[in-house]
Ligand binder design. Structure first.
Ligand SMILES: Nc1nc2c(ncn2[C@@H]2O[C@H](COP(=O)(O)OP(=O)(O)OP(=O)(O)O)[C@@H](O)[C@H]2O)c(=O)[nH]1
Ligand SMILES: [Mg+2]
Length: 320
């Protein structure tokens, strides 16, 4: 067996024992899109499927990080192992905007049952980095019972995060006009639980009322028997209402299990991932063909009327 495989076996074994340095190394391997990404993915696959992935999204400053930190405290008190993945999809760089999160997370920094990671964000094709689902798998293999994924809300990214999570929390706060804005952006559709944070401030009740009113207008949650996202009020900075958020997450998980929704979501997530990888691969192979004799020849035949561009494209794809 080649030596690099031995290293990887060792890394996986140590990750399964929740060794934080092995976890960090494995995430770096997938994050850097290293040539070993494939190998790592294959080695992780048999050990995954345990962790519950909870996404937190919402406008800047509503209190996502504060809520995440408070959730970590509560989940740790319940004896759960917790992973935290902070993703900033608006920036192609890791660190930066997320440094503040690291500071805020310092309470948990020496806790061996907590794994915290900030991640580079935009993938090559504009979508969420392909490394995010792999990093989730690493944390899963490390034995995390719950993985909290925080993203800054910038429209499409929120939707992408929702597709990664078993349960998505949309965090809102009074005084930011979020209630109405969220509805406009269609973001409300992706929420499984609404968290109205900063309930210590005026206007939280109004935000909660706006949400309930918008729910009453219908949408995907209005069918009988479908999940109706609860509205939970919190003051994350004071650790208030966090138990209610955990209860709402548990309830949603129970509902999903009962209705086959958890399996459906996970399959949809895997399908999206496979599709992205396949399309990326085809694109890469096609780039290699571009300017090649095969393409030149096909182009000439199309110009001559010997074939049509659709047939020529199909032949090229078949030959990739
Ligand atoms: N009054 C009040 N302030 C809060 C509460 N929760 C968070 N904050 C404050 O709101 C500010 C933003 O909190 P963060 O947790 O950083 O918000 P965020 O959504 O993670 O922000 P970004 O990651 O920058 O999008 C901080 O100054 C927090 O102290 C709360 O329950 N009540
Ligand atoms: Mg934050």
């Amino acid at each position: 067996m080649p030596r690099r495989n031995v290293d990887l076996d060792d890394l996986i074994a140590r990750t399964r024992e929740s060794d934080p340095r092995a976890v960090a190394r494995l995430i770096s391997l997938v994050e850097n899109d290293s040539p070993r990404l494939r190998e790592v993915a294959a080695a992780l696959a048999p050990h995954t499927g345990h962790a519950q992935v909870v996404g937190l999204t919402g406008a800047p400053g509503v209190g996502k990080s504060t809520t995440t930190s408070a959730l970590v405290t509560t989940l740790r008190a319940a004896g759960k192992k917790v992973g935290v993945l902070a993703v900033d999809p608006s920036s192609p760089f890791s660190g930066g905007a997320l440094l503040g999160d690291r500071v805020r997370m310092q309470d948990h920094a020496i806790d061996e049952g907590v794994f915290i990671r900030s991640m580079a964000s935009r993938g090559q094709l504009g979508g969420l980095s392909a490394a995010v689902p792999q990093a989730l798998r690493v944390l899963d293999v490390a034995g995390c019972d719950v993985i909290l994924v925080e993203t800054v809300g910038v429209g499409q990214a929120e939707v992408e995060i929702a597709s990664l999570a078993d349960t998505t929390l949309l965090v809102l706060a009074p005084g930011m006009g979020d209630g109405i804005q969220a509805a406009k952006a269609g973001i409300i559709e992706i929420a499984d639980v609404f968290v109205v944070n900063k309930a210590d401030r005026d206007g939280a009740d109004q935000v909660a009322r706006d949400l309930r009113y918008m729910q009453s207008l219908g949408g995907r949650h209005s069918d009988a028997g479908s999940w109706r996202p609860p509205v939970v009020k919190t003051s994350a900075a004071r650790n208030e209402g966090i138990d209610d958020v955990v209860a709402a997450i548990d309830k949603h998980r129970g509902w999903m299990a009962e209705h086959g929704e958890l399996a459906r979501r996970r399959r949809a997530r895997a399908a999206t991932e496979i599709e992205a990888i396949a399309v990326g691969e085809v694109r890469q192979r096609f780039a290699a063909v571009h300017g090649s004799k095969a393409l030149d020849a096909a182009a000439a035949r199309v110009v001559d009327g010997a074939t049509d561009p659709y047939s020529a494209a199909e032949e090229l794809i078949a030959a990739l």
